[in-house]
Design a protein. Structure first.
Length: 417
């Protein structure tokens, strides 16, 4: 049965939610394998917009089910909000979501910590403030709380107490919620989760089911924000590449395809290198037209031209087998479009950064191509062909609007020209 991973090929916000939602009808399971509520995946069902931060982008009108894997860090309060929003329009939908009890919990302490650590940093990362870094830090330092502790009163007390002790020792400060208040808070969330009849099932128990069914793995953020291979330290703390499927018990060799979603231009939120960033009026125009404001934080995104060296790097790092291009329509009407074809790294021309450190030193080398009046125009096809030739990856699908149905294949495009 088919296994497809969809990951962001840039710095996130490429439109993965919509792309996943488009494909979701053909898959029985949609699986999130990493990240947390730092993600913001927007889907439309008819005319209504839903922004999910934690829930996999299942199509509520289909029968597909969603799985939240062990590699995730889950803000349970946020999860309940999302479930309740969907429940209001699609009663019973919560029972189509499954949580791996091995996933970690993001506590209000983590969110508080995220904010004050950012203030302490000489160069802030520009995090989303959703507690992602601190909860992954606790996971790695073996202080974290996994979802299963919610269902064992004495274990919950023991783990929370130990964590609270560590945090107060580490920072020599109090947190808004005391240990006792946090216990009450979590117990309240547990009761709500039980009422919503969401399922708790580990990837181990799902082994047989998952092997005999179709799965769409929904990546979060983008390859260049990956903890290991993104532009460290200006990255998120989770896995943004297809290798993250290992937290759900899969190897990348089991994937039939890995689609990288790429925006026809580039955006990034927060600090960190961005070789093709455009500070001119064109950059502002694209930001406004493309509504480039964070789905999670509302922050204005930084905007720039398409960056082929970064895409080549993403392709190799994440084993991309195909691209889905989004938002080409945002550039409609521009006379010319610039594309970065190589970097100048301290005087050496590089087609692709060798390490993530090269991004910090890269100066873009541009080529200019003709613009297009619409994404049905030959010039857009030429733009796509240029990207394909330069990256060695075919663009199989074109998204030309926010709605799920606004998607065509490469062949549709050719037939329309
Ligand atoms: P964190 O994931 O909140 O720790 O943020 C670390 C960096 O990743 C910051 O620059 C964020 O703006 C960025 N980031 C995190 N999640 C997303 C996302 O879903 N889209 C785009 N950028 C993100």
């Amino acid at each position: 049965m088919r296994k497809l991973a969809v990951v962001g090929a840039q710095w996130g916000d490429e439109g993965k939610g919509k792309v996943v939602n488009y494909f979701s009808e053909n898959f029985e399971w949609i699986v999130r394998f990493s990240g947390g509520a730092n993600a913001g995946h927007t889907i439309f069902v008819e005319d209504k917009k839903y922004v999910n931060h934690l829930l996999p982008s299942i199509n509520p009108r289909s029968c597909s089910k969603g799985f939240l894997g062990a590699g995730m860090v889950i803000d349970v309060e946020q999860l309940i909000d999302e479930l309740e929003t969907l429940e209001a329009d699609f009663p019973g939908i919560s029972s189509r979501f499954y949580l791996d009890p091995e996933a970690f919990i993001v506590l209000p302490w983590h969110k508080e910590e995220d904010l004050f650590i950012e203030e302490m940093r000489k160069v802030p990362i520009g995090t989303t403030g959703k507690g992602i870094g601190p909860s992954y830090t606790d996971k790695v330092s073996r202080e974290g709380l996994k979802l299963y502790v919610l269902f064992d009163e004495s274990l919950l007390k023991e783990r929370l107490e130990a964590l609270y002790h560590m945090k107060r020792m580490k920072y020599n400060r109090d947190f808004t919620l005391s240990f006792g208040e946090m216990t009450t808070y979590l117990n309240g969330l547990k009761t709500k989760l039980e009422r919503l009849s969401v399922n708790f099932t580990s990837a181990v128990d799902m082994f047989r089911v998952f092997r005999s069914t179709s799965i769409l793995f929904e990546g979060a953020q983008g390859v260049l924000l990956d903890l290991d291979f993104g532009t460290y330290p200006f990255v998120t703390s989770g896995a943004c590449m297809a290798h993250g499927v290992s937290s759900v018990g899969f190897s990348t060799f089991e994937l039939d395809n890995v689609y990288g979603v790429l925006k026809a231009y580039t955006t990034r939120v927060g600090s960190g290198p961005f070789p093709t960033e455009e500070f001119s009026e064109v950059g502002n125009l694209v930001r406004e037209r493309g509504k480039e404001y964070g789905a999670t934080t509302g922050r204005a995104r930084r905007v720039g031209w398409l960056d082929l060296p970064a895409l080549r790097y993403a392709r190799i790092r994440s084993g991309l087998t195909g691209f889905v291009i989004t938002k080409g329509d945002v550039l409609n009407g521009l006379d010319e479009v610039k594309v970065c074809v190589a970097y100048d790294v301290e005087g050496a021309v590089k087609e692709m950064p060798s390490t993530s450190y090269d991004f910090f030193k890269a100066r873009p080398i541009y080529e200019t191509v003709s613009g297009w009046p619409s994404t049905d125009h030959i010039n857009f096809l030429k733009y796509m062909t240029f990207i394909e030739r330069e990256t060695g990856v075919e663009i199989d699908y074109i998204s030309y609007g926010p709605r799920t149905e606004e998607m065509k294949t490469r062949n549709d495009l050719i037939m329309n020209i």
